[in-house]
Design a protein around this ligand. Structure first.
Ligand code: C2O
Ligand code: CU
Length: 484
């Protein structure tokens, strides 16, 4: 078997190891880590053009048999898109699936019509061709479907991939950047398989589906052979509901160099990296020749009751991936001590402060309505958003289009790992989180961006709202109201 039932939660006395949800544990690592290919592109009429096709396929993920899966340009997951700051991109997204979907560029600053949220539906057989200019620092972004009410299922079936943004500042730093060699996508997902190796979609707890098998880039029990002494892991939590606190089995520190929106001001040595669904982190793992270590997720205190905590899966100790250095690896330089400018939105004049309370599948008492604009923001202003999880359940908060700066968590300044740019943040219950956001893309007043909980079952059930970014005094055209 792939899952070591009963071995979970080995080191944490707080939670009951016999809980039936804690079925994930030790893994017998043996499959070479699959590396998503880089997406091909051509430069035509001043734009870098990508061709993507969402399609159904069949994939043998576990030994028991073959699963029906969905992918982009393949049967499971999709290629890694890559473009540079300042470049114009054009992506043709053709939907060969039997149902309507969308592709959303998570973390991308771009016009709402190109965003790929629920309003940019791509019907079966249709092609959607968004285009935008990359205008943000180097970062690990990702893409995933976002059809209203169906996002969890479409992501679970396998649609998604990385979108790496490069820029000159990042390229000038002595960091590992040889894709697939010492710069590795680590797309972590949990899925459940039946006895025939098919995906099971029905096993849902409060927060959605917790799978009993952990996959990295669609590989179960993955082994990565490191050919350099330092490997940059681009960690993405692409699970629908499960949270992870990544660490190394011998407790050596990882150097955290980037979070959702790009490089941190300086590397932060850390033993645990908490990622809730949708969040990313880039870490540098240092190995001596011939060493092998296990990337694992460790039980994490999330400020939840023990029973609620179990429904996040972050209380499970589970194996993610084996990393083994070859006997004679290339020697990588130590990462630089200074990486990027720190966010400075706290120095801006604040044009408006808004509050968002998440409770019972609603935000500010409202359930998502595609015909209602919840917030109207003025272009070229900086705002403070106060977000609160007023609910015993775990939630996080993601905002489209912008990167935000965390100003405070429970009245305290953010810890170093949350001092860089973010677009998704964990919300412990009853803790006020203040975010600063700058809105610079003027949008069609009828085409909104989303903000929502990124536990996808919650999002699907309506824990999502819509905002537009318009000229001063202009109002939204889809009706609705603001809380400003
Ligand atoms: Cu990653 Cu609105 O999504
Ligand atoms: Cu939620």
């Amino acid at each position: 078997g792939l899952a070591g039932a009963g071995l979970a939660v080995a080191s944490c006395g707080v939670f009951d190891a016999r809980d039936p949800i804690s079925t994930v544990g030790r893994v017998d690592f043996r499959d070479p880590l699959r590396i998503p290919p880089l997406a091909e592109s051509v430069v035509r009429d001043g734009a870098r053009v990508f061709e993507l096709v969402t399609q159904a396929g069949r994939t043998r993920i576990v030994d028991a048999g073959v699963a029906d899966t969905w992918g982009v340009n393949g049967a499971l997951l999709g290629p890694t898109l890559r473009a540079r700051r300042g470049e114009r991109v054009l992506v043709h997204v053709r939907n060969d699936l039997p149902e309507t979907t969308t592709l959303h560029w998570h973390g991308m600053h771009l016009p709402a019509a190109a965003d790929g949220g629920p309003h940019q539906a791509v019907e079966p057989g249709a092609t959607w061709s968004p285009s935008w200019t990359i205008d943000q620092p180097a970062a690990t972004l990702w893409y995933h479907p976002h059809p209203h009410g169906q996002t969890e299922r479409h992501v679970y079936r396998g649609l998604g991939g990385l979108f790496i943004v490069d820029d000159d500042e990042e390229s000038a730093l002595a960091l590992p950047r040889d894709y697939g060699v010492d710069d590795i996508p680590v797309i972590v997902q949990d899925k459940t398989f039946d006895d025939s190796g098919r995906l099971v979609e029905t096993d849902r707890v409060d927060n959605g589906m917790l799978g009993d098998t952990i996959l990295v880039n669609g590989t179960a029990a993955p082994v990565f052979e490191a050919s350099a002494t330092r490997t940059r892991l681009r960690l993405l939590n692409a699970s629908t509901a499960r949270s992870y606190a990544f660490g190394i089995d011998d407790d050596r520190p990882l150097e955290l160099i980037a979070t959702d929106g790009g490089l941190l001001p300086a590397p932060v040595p850390t033993r645990r990296v908490l990622l809730t669904p949708g969040e990313r982190a880039e870490v540098i793992l240092h190995l001596e020749p011939g060493e092998s270590v296990v990337l694992r997720s460790y039980p994490q205190e999330l400020g939840l009751s023990a029973s609620r905590a179990r429904t996040t899966g972050a209380t499970d100790e589970l194996d993610v991936m084996l990393v083994r250095a070859v006997a004679d690896p290339r020697r990588s330089p130590a990462p630089p001590r200074v990486l990027a400018a720190a966010p400075d939105l706290h120095t801006h004049r604040v044009a408006a402060t808004r509050s968002f309370e998440l409770r019972s599948d609603r935000i500010n008492g409202e359930s998502m309505d595609m015909g209602r604009i919840d917030e109207v923001v003025t272009v070229d202003t900086t705002e403070i958003w106060e977000v609160r999880n007023a609910h015993g359940q775990p939630h996080n908060f993601h905002v489209h289009d912008v990167r935000f700066q965390v100003l405070s968590i429970g009245g305290e300044p953010p810890p170093p790992e949350l001092s860089g740019w973010k677009d998704t943040i964990y919300l412990p219950p009853d803790v006020d989180i203040r975010l600063a956001l700058r809105f610079t893309d003027h949008t069609d007043p009828a085409v909104p961006y989303m903000y929502h909980c990124h536990l996808l079952w919650h999002e699907d059930k309506g824990m999502m709202g819509q905002f537009v970014v318009v000229d001063e005094g202009q109002s939204a055209t889809a009706g609705g109201h603001g809380h400003g």
